[in-house]
Design a protein around this ligand. Sequence first.
Ligand SMILES: Nc1ncnc2c1ncn2[C@@H]1O[C@H](COP(=O)(O)OP(=O)(O)OP(=O)(O)O)[C@@H](O)[C@H]1O
Ligand SMILES: [Mg+2]
Length: 263
Amino acid sequence: MGDQGSGHEQAPAARREPTDAFAAEPADAGESVFHARGLTKVYRMGEVRVQALRGVDLDLYRGEFVVLLGPSGSGKSTLLNILGGLDVPTEGTVRYEDHDLTVLDDAALTRYRREHVGFVFQFYNLIPSLTARENVALVTEIAEHPLAPEEALRLVGLGERLDHFPAQLSGGEQQRVAIARAIAKRPDVLLCDEPTGALDVKTGIVVLEAIADVNRELGTTAVVITHNADIAQIADRVIRLMDGRIAGIERNAVKKAPRDLVW
Ligand SMILES: Nc1ncnc2c1ncn2[C@@H]1O[C@H](COP(=O)(O)OP(=O)(O)OP(=O)(O)O)[C@@H](O)[C@H]1O
Ligand SMILES: [Mg+2]
């Protein structure tokens, strides 16, 4: 952990830091769910060394809606994957609540993901031979306190599409099934890597509405990666990555509803 880490294990009142990374802490900064310090990630491909993250300090707070913006290659997916326990940093620490993710072995990381994290990716990865309801039920069968598949699908506006197969659904509807699947186990955090990347604008907005509804109604902490700066208006906070570093964090004084976006 870097030297900045020393003051952070204190009560929230003492957490305020004079660094840029904390300038845009929520006014009602609640509990820090994720607490990352000095994250670096180096990928080695034979002779080639790619530094994807170059020292990221970040706190994410319970229930907030964060948009992660930055150019291609800036490290957005790498950071999200580390927060979600799909990857580990080369250096630095990341804590989820009381768990130091950087000391967990593979089995413990898998348990962490299964119990706490919902993922949504650009491509929906639904099972073609199963209906919407069955795709969601795959997850709820192994979760401890799941939503009913019907309830999860209703939350994303698909209460009328329970028995449709993926091929009978539009791209936006398939993505909403993927969101229902991700939230059906009631994860604490929903990590979305370009969830609207494969969709047209109008469909993208419906998908963002679904994520915003989940954030509001279930209190799920949500992080959404996007290339589209306009989408930043729907977040509580906007985190900009540039070349593996945090280039800025802003808090939106007013948060827009996705349906009010114009782009
Ligand atoms: N598994 C990997 N092996 C080697 N290099 C990788 C790997 N994953 C990412 N990188 C490199 O790390 C850098 C950051 O990648 P990352 O995927 O985090 O960027 P990104 O901001 O998500 O970009 P995009 O917007 O294009 O998805 C890139 O230069 C990429 O080539
Ligand atoms: Mg990416």
